[in-house]
Design a protein around this ligand. Sequence first.
Ligand SMILES: Cc1cc2nc3c(=O)[nH]c(=O)nc-3n(C[C@H](O)[C@H](O)[C@H](O)COP(=O)(O)OP(=O)(O)OC[C@H]3O[C@@H](n4cnc5c(N)ncnc54)[C@H](O)[C@@H]3O)c2cc1C
Length: 542
Amino acid sequence: MGGREADAAEFAGAFPTLDEVQLTQLRPFGAETEVARGEVLIREGELGADCVVVLTGELEAVAHYGATGDPVSTPFKPGQFVGVMNLLSGEGAYVTVTASADSRVLRIPLARLRDVMGQDVTLSEIVLRAFLLRHSLLMRLGTGPKVIGSRYKLKTREILELLARNRITVTWLDVESNPGAEQILRGFGFTVDDTPVVLVAGQPILRNPSLAEVAAVFGITPSSSKSADSYDLIVVGAGPGGLAAAVYGGSEGLSTLVIESVAVGGQAGTSSRIENYLGFPAGLSGQELAARAALQAQKFAAAILVGCVAQSLSSADGLQAVGLTDGRTLSGRAVVVATGARYRRLSVPRLRDFEGSGVYYSATEVEASACSHGVAVVGGGNSAGQAAIFLARKGLHVDLLIRGPSLESSMSRYLIDEISKEPAITVRYAAQVVELIGSDRLAGIALETRAGGRAEIDASGLFSFIGAEPNSDWLGAGIERDPDGFILTGPDVASPGSLPLETSRPAVFAVGDVRHGSIKRVATAVGEGAMAVRLVHERLLR
Ligand SMILES: Cc1cc2nc3c(=O)[nH]c(=O)nc-3n(C[C@H](O)[C@H](O)[C@H](O)COP(=O)(O)OP(=O)(O)OC[C@H]3O[C@@H](n4cnc5c(N)ncnc54)[C@H](O)[C@@H]3O)c2cc1C
């Protein structure tokens, strides 16, 4: 499919028209009302807005696009519905929706929309696909809330990552390159020292906020998830392993809470395309998988707290206590540790200076949009291969740097084939990064080859995918681990009678990449998450 045809197909998928049968299926979930021309149905910033379906007439959704904030409207005709991904999280609306003609509409409240998506596979596909495609269109256009900050400040990049990973569309005004940014700051009486500043319609302005404050203002953690202190099952980490445990825990009647520090989806959520997950022959993006899994977990009443970091685990009187960095302690009869792994850092001088302003550990729209011309991807595994292909398709030239003499032993065949067909990717074998070039922003890298040669390449981004280390430090000394920090389970632990996947502490299980001996794949993490719930039942019955 050519670029224009692909764009047209994406646009059609983003704004589908429901047929009469589908509208009839939807009717019981909402309330039909007449609206007069000019009447406002949703205001920008409104929390928990309804999903609105046009039955007759026409609606207009006005959003503010681009750095200038110019309003642009999208007409919605009969059979079309208004909403983007943020609607499902209960976040403030990005658009003001007005009737541009006398109309009849179906208003579906958020909870009922979730019911529709839980009950009807076809409608769920159409709605989720439209919301995700609209999200990516809006990302490209730049709309909704704004983050004003410097690309050189780590906090700016952390906020942008938190929002991007949670599929929240924002316009980023970089004070380094956008003269309008400083003007807006002055308008509020702020200076560059107050940045990053986060502007969300209908919410207090945030100056240099913590990630938890940003998560709260965007409604990333649903309010329904904030109440109880005690659960049957606490799952730490919302990657594929944790989400699977949540789906199975919730569906099997355990009161289940998931604690997640950054965003649902974990490492898989940063993957541009997962091609080898069972049941998706055309592949799917990690964000899509994460969105579907989170929805499914919530359908089974599992609560998900995002923006919360677990920092300790202790047990007393048959209960496990998980301490959070915000001071709270949550208790559960059983715990599934699914905290996964994070990428290793390259051993090269000044690495930390460029992290977030040239050195990245994931390749999503946000990182790609911060780069120009050439980038380098380091690593010979599947994640490096996926990143290289994704970045090349974003119009960047990619130098793929690997230490070994070939990709065959470390990368899947389908990726090797795609890379060989991609003219924008140059593979450099037996190459090692020895120097990062640039004053305050990465401008290039120096390489050394095994033969002793040195080369310099222009690179506005260095994407590092060189193996993982486990997120297990927070557990303290109480849980047995191997010398690399991966958690021992089942027959590997010293305590007799441990169940499979059970750690050295009874009723504490470990699944997915954080576990010693795990196969680092989405499917295996999901399988272990599901299996752990069965074993939790067995432990609690003993
Ligand atoms: C770019 C990329 C592409 C990939 N592509 C594929 C692929 O195509 N196919 C495939 O099978 N596999 C792929 N993988 C591997 C796959 O994503 C992982 O094996 C899988 O995500 C592991 O799942 P997990 O649930 O064990 O952990 P993770 O996905 O690592 O999730 C762990 C979660 O725990 C959270 N967390 C960590 N510490 C804490 C804490 N203290 N408190 C609260 N939360 C915490 C993290 O924020 C994270 O969200 C890819 C990985 C990457 C990075």
